[in-house]
Design a protein around this ligand. Structure first.
Ligand code: DOR
Ligand code: ZN
Ligand code: ZN
Length: 385
């Protein structure tokens, strides 16, 4: 088959180090099939699933079953496993057994570990086994992680806001522990200006720390909850313009290495609840490229090449993955997109099971035309899968 890529951009397939496919146990929100199709439509050829499923991925048996089912998917779906048993933050899981069952890394998703000694122990074990750890840095118990930023907006709508300091203290702690141990960590969905400053310092000091930001945190601010309601409720919350600008600057400077969606599907019924009761999170795989082109490239903050780096080489490097399989004779992972084409986000076009996106109705620039994974066309703009 000949693809006419005249005037289109050809890049290695995108890599997303942070998605929630809800499989097993929460498949009314998403499952590995709909999740993988959603990723393919967004130009992704590799995604890494978080482990806050039901049951959580905290033992080799659950993981083995999942990995087996993932083999038939259109794209490469990889898995992290939980750092602690039952996501309780109390007892470490069997890292070695999880690695043998194909966990490519570990995550604290769920409840952050409060016990510093346990974090230290986890970092040491992870280093021995060469397993990167992804850290969510949200503390629901300590200060509150309501999905809405603490400030004027949360007051106005009457919800308990989540202050950035809850994130900052965990970021500082984990950066210093990682510096001490020398293991590789990813600070996930960074949202505050101070967290950016801490990570910049930790990197200068020599910590092996990577940082990721989501498209929503560089495109939106806390005011979005006033117009988008629960669709803009996310953890960590959308913050102030000052925070958003600091995140964009950090991407530009290379302090933030990766763009990851934190694709977090929830059902319509769940998102129809009140702002204090609805779950946090938004889907992102199908809009990520366009949200980033519109808010980072079109606005002049990043070159297209820099954006592609943050969505391909850098996330691949975190997990020591090969980018695109572009060597001669290999079966390539490629995305072909139009960086100029505009489109309006329409709820009925999502192939994800969920449609909890704050970008519905927005005009965005950048459209995926083809996604090729393992040498096969897994998505084409011309023909829906
Ligand atoms: O808002 C969020 N929802 N943030 C996360 O990191 C996880 C998530 C979820 O699992 O729904
Ligand atoms: Zn999170
Ligand atoms: Zn997440």
């Amino acid at each position: 088959k000949v693809i006419d890529a005249d005037n289109l951009v050809i890049a290695p397939g995108f890599v997303d180090v942070h998605v929630h496919f809800r499989d097993p146990g929460l498949t009314y929100k998403e499952d590995i099939h709909t999740g993988a199709n959603s990723a393919a439509k967004g130009g992704y050829t590799t995604v890494v699933c978080m482990a806050n499923t039901k049951p959580p991925i905290d033992n080799a048996n659950v993981l083995k079953d999942l990995v087996e089912r993932e083999q038939s998917l259109l794209i490469n779906v990889l898995n992290t496993a939980n750092v602690t048993v039952g996501m309780q933050g109390k007892e470490l899981t069997d890292f070695k057994a999880l690695k043998e069952a194909n966990a490519i890394g570990l995550t604290d998703d769920g409840i952050p570990i409060k016990d510093e000694k346990l974090v230290l122990e986890a970092f040491k074990k992870a280093k021995e086994l060469d397993l990167p750890i992804s850290l969510h840095e949200e503390d629901p118990a300590l200060i509150g992680s309501s999905g809405v930023n603490q400030g004027a907006i949360s007051k106005k709508i009457g919800v308990k806001g989540a202050p950035a300091i809850a994130e900052d203290v965990l970021v500082a702690r984990d950066c210093m522990l990682a510096l001490e141990v020398g293991n590789k960590i990813d600070i996930q969905h960074i949202s505050s200006k101070r967290s950016v400053e801490i990570i910049e310092l930790a990197k200068k000091m020599g910590a092996n720390v990577y940082a990721e930001v989501t498209p929503q945190h560089i495109a939106l601010t806390e005011e979005a909850v006033l117009t988008k309601g629960t669709m803009a409720k996310v953890n960590p919350p959308l913050r102030t313009k000052e925070d958003k600008d600091a995140l964009i600057m950090a991407l530009k400077k290379g302090v933030i290495d990766m763009i990851a969606t934190d694709h977090a599907p929830h059902s319509k019924e769940e998102k129809m609840k009140s702002i204090s009761e609805a779950p946090s999170g938004m889907i992102g795989l199908e809009t990520a490229l366009a949200v980033c082109i519109t808010n980072l490239v079109k606005s002049g903050h990043l070159s297209l090449m820099q954006l592609i780096e943050k969505m391909t080489i850098n996330p691949a490097r975190f997990y020591n993955l090969e980018v695109g399989h572009l060597t001669e004779g290999a079966k390539a992972d490629i995305v072909i997109f139009d960086d100029k084409q505009s489109w309006i986000v329409d709820k009925k076009d999502f192939v994800s099971k969920a449609s909890n996106s704050p970008f519905i109705g927005e005009k965005l620039y950048g459209r995926v035309k083809y996604t090729i994974c393992n040498g096969k066309i897994v998505y084409s703009d011309m023909q829906e899968l």
